[in-house]
Design a protein around this ligand. Structure first.
Ligand code: NAD
Ligand code: IPM
Ligand code: MN
Length: 351
């Protein structure tokens, strides 16, 4: 029997509702595949902030450094400004543990009504590879001349050679491993005339090492339009931190609901634990009603199983999600009436 120690951070809002369903399904997969999980729960959240003045303890990263993985719900809730909560918990984990590769699969699933006319299961199936440690998300900058009519806010974007090349390598490797071997780079080198031409240059340089991978690039504006008009064009889409963030909500939006979308924050070198969470946030508008869709969390659990070297268990979870969705069970975001626990229990049973 293989045993894994997982740091669980339910976080805020519906994070606290969907994480238990993720654990329920992972326990079912563990029973089937002879695995054992030890779940260590950490209450770090906006509530924790209101009590302690910080989102996590000062030695928070040290407390979870030796876990095999981190299973996180969502961070951020009204009452604490988002830039405080996110930069106090989620972003320090992504950066402190060098989780620079953020994989966000986008797939039209059976039984989920697609908002794009005429699309069938199989037509939308691609992977957004998001740079997760630098780019537009930087803390370099500040406010100047506050309170005067010259007042301004300045924030630098940072694209390092190491940072760009390592995410491009992850994206090219994934493209190389998929049947279509097609990589799309999101750029904006017409308008953002320093960092984006640099990104394009690194894409071109990296492509020399992957002669089998077909590469194209789109400016982010038209790329958004093509996600909606021609989602079947895409296989692997790589983008900077901000572009990847936007594309990884737009893609799942095109498949009917953002609530099923998972996110793997990987430290590919395995120096530190990687983190698995849904793409969505804490959804304060529906929190407390028991109607959050837990599939993004559960699918993130399947990605965690793959990462832990248990791909059969991951495949069992994915098959169970598809079976249950195919059977017509849906939460309200997908046009149904099922509750969070109905969905979690049905998927666990299907495993
Ligand atoms: P959100 O993803 O929380 O919600 C957007 C919309 O989608 C809402 O209408 C919500 O009800 C719906 N939704 C999201 N997840 C759902 C689910 N599982 N089932 C059904 N419906 C779902 O985005 P937001 O409203 O922009 O952000 C709310 C808070 O979450 C903010 O504090 C934000 O900063 C934070 N946030 C955190 C993360 C994260 O922890 N990774 C991601 C995004 C947003
Ligand atoms: C995500 C979220 C976060 C991000 C926010 C909450 C900081 O939108 O995980 O996609 O932009 O990375
Ligand atoms: Mn996002």
């Amino acid at each position: 029997m293989r045993e894994f120690r997982i740091a669980v951070i339910p976080g805020d809002g519906i994070g606290k509702e969907v994480v238990p369903e993720g654990i329920r399904v992972l326990e079912a997969a563990a029973a089937k595949h002879d695995l054992r999980f030890r779940w260590d729960e950490f209450p770090w959240s906006c509530e924790y902030f209101l009590q302690h003045g910080r989102m996590m303890p000062e030695d928070g990263l040290d407390q979870i450094r030796r876990h095999d993985a981190i299973f996180l719900g969502a961070v951020g809730f009204p009452g604490v400004p988002d830039h405080i909560s996110l930069w106090g918990l989620l972003i320090p984990i992504r950066r402190g543990f060098r989780q620079y590769a953020n994989l966000r699969p986008v797939k039209l699933m059976p039984g989920v009504p697609c908002p794009l006319a005429g699309r069938q299961v199989g037509d939308i199936d691609f992977m957004v590879v998001r740079e997760n440690n630098e780019g537009e998300y930087s803390s370099i900058g500040g406010r100047l001349y506050e309170g005067t009519d010259q007042e301004m806010a300045v924030q630098q974007s940072v694209f390092t050679r190491q940072g760009v090349d390592r995410i491009l390598k992850v994206a090219f490797d994934i493209a190389q491993s998929r049947p279509k071997k097609h990589l799309t780079s999101a750029t904006k080198s017409n308008g953002i005339a320093i960092t984006m031409p640099y990104w394009d240059e690194r894409v071109k340089a990296m492509s020399a090492a992957y002669p089998e991978v077909k590469v194209d690039q789109f400016h982010i504006d038209i790329l958004c339009a093509q996600f909606v008009r021609n989602p079947h064009w895409f296989d692997v889409v790589v983008g900077s931190n901000l572009f990847g963030d936007i594309l990884s909500d737009l893609g799942p939006g095109c498949t009917g609901t953002i609530a099923i979308a998972p996110s793997a924050n990987l430290n590919p070198e395995r120096e530190f634990p990687s983190m698995f969470e849904p793409v969505h946030g804490s959804a304060p508008d529906i929190y407390g009603q028991g109607i959050a869709n837990p599939i993004g969390q559960i699918w993130a659990g399947a990605m965690m199983l793959d990462h832990l070297g248990c791909p059969e268990a991951g495949a069992s979870v994915m098959a169970a999600i598809e079976t249950v969705l195919g059977s017509g069970l849906r939460t309200p975001d997908m046009g149904g009436q099922a509750h969070t626990t109905d969905m979690g229990k049905a998927i666990a049973d299907a495993v």
